[in-house]
Design a protein around this ligand. Structure first.
Ligand code: MN
Ligand code: MN
Length: 361
């Protein structure tokens, strides 16, 4: 069954007449049409009982029309998009409708409400479940995205120098990726040295790489619409024993969770597998985020691998395993691989070694 047919089947089951797709990533997932409309309006209208219709900014019309085998219409910047949509589509007054609540902003939601006089329900959970189990084709793309992430971390390692800043090394990494044909990182590359690595969402700056400290790389690329995401922490010079011990504790947690994953365990249990390693050693309070997140066309997507999520892990799910230990002013470590669930375990998309490695600055 095609993805659009799956949505139509769901609408019929729910007694609804229309699903409004507003997230450009979902539009790509369902149709293969890639477009970032920025602040302009783009919607895919999927009907229960007639063919879908795509609405796009006029500058995207030619590209969409040549790709898609269903009607496309658009608007120029000087037109009111809501009036254009209303006059171009059949009335759904009084019908049950679906929209992607996690994606819509207030302007879009109010615009849609003026166009469609019906009651909107949330389509996001259904889309999340559709995207949850990846096909072999999707996994193949994510494996390649992972290979590029491995190369990117290697570029970072090759450029470690006490004379360079975090952003110097970041620039080398992103330049190297662009040279290899990657036009987009999957999020803002992080290169964090010393104390800065002890902040789970630290920002790279113009501070120089510290000696006898840990250096953290968190990065990923987009490859044919799919994201990679990995973190490696390495030693520059000879960090003290405490820093090395914290590193090895984080690694034990990461490997324990990775070994624990198999179909039938819950997301909550996977989180616990890693967390109990760090808690037993007395550092539980310094691991202050969920263990992982789903990954696919978005770098963060459903499901969260965290306490309280009873979702049962199945073959084909893709997510990160990324424990961290952040002791402010002392040390910060995170180790992250994303991977996919097989019939008996977890295969990582990234292969860069994880034992603590030492580099001279
Ligand atoms: Mn991640
Ligand atoms: Mn990451």
């Amino acid at each position: 069954m095609s993805k659009l047919t799956q949505i139509q089947t769901y609408l019929n089951q729910e007694g609804a007449s229309l699903a409004v797709i507003s997230d450009p990533v979902t539009v790509n997932y369902l149709t293969g049409f890639v477009c970032d409309p920025h602040e302009r309006q783009m919607f895919l209208f999927v009907y229960a009982d007639r063919e879908p219709v795509l609405f796009v900014p006029a500058l995207e019309l030619a590209k969409a029309t040549s790709l898609l085998n269903f009607p496309v219409f658009g608007y120029v910047d000087s037109e009111n998009p809501w009036e254009k949509i209303k006059s171009g589509l059949p009335s759904t007054a009084g019908k049950k409708l679906f929209a992607e609540f996690d994606n819509l902003n207030v302007t879009k939601f109010q615009g849609l409400q003026t166009v469609f006089e019906g009651h909107f329900e949330n389509l996001t959970p259904f889309i999340q479940r559709m995207r949850l189990i990846k096909s072999q084709d999707e996994i193949d793309k994510m494996l390649i995205a992972g290979q590029y992430a491995d190369k990117a971390v290697q570029i970072g390692i090759d450029n470690i120098s006490l004379t360079r800043t975090e952003t110097d090394i970041l620039a080398k990494i992103e330049f190297g990726m662009k040279e290899q044909g990657i036009n987009k990182m999957s999020f803002e590359t992080m290169v964090l040295t010393g104390d800065n690595a002890a902040n789970p969402h630290g920002e790279p700056g113009v501070n120089r790489i510290e000696n006898n400290a840990l250096l953290l790389f968190d990065l990923g690329v987009m490859y044919e619409g799919y994201a990679s995401d990995m973190t490696r922490t390495v030693a520059v010079g000879q960090p003290d024993q405490f820093k090395q011990d914290i590193y090895n504790l984080c690694l034990e947690a990461q490997l324990t969770a990775q070994d624990f994953v198999k179909p039938g365990v819950s997301a909550s249990e996977v989180d616990h597998a890693a967390r109990q390693v760090i808690e037993k050693a007395g550092y539980g309070e310094y691991f202050n985020h969920r263990l992982g997140h789903g990954i696919g066309m978005d770098v963060h997507e459903y499901p969260s691998i965290m306490e309280g999520n009873d979702l049962v892990i199945e073959e084909g799910m893709c997510f990160s395993i990324e424990p961290g230990i952040y002791i402010p002013g002392k040390v910060g470590v995170r180790i992250e691989d994303c991977g996919y669930v097989t019939k008996d375990g977890f295969n990582a998309f990234t292969q860069t070694p994880k034992e603590l490695r030492f580099f001279e600055g």
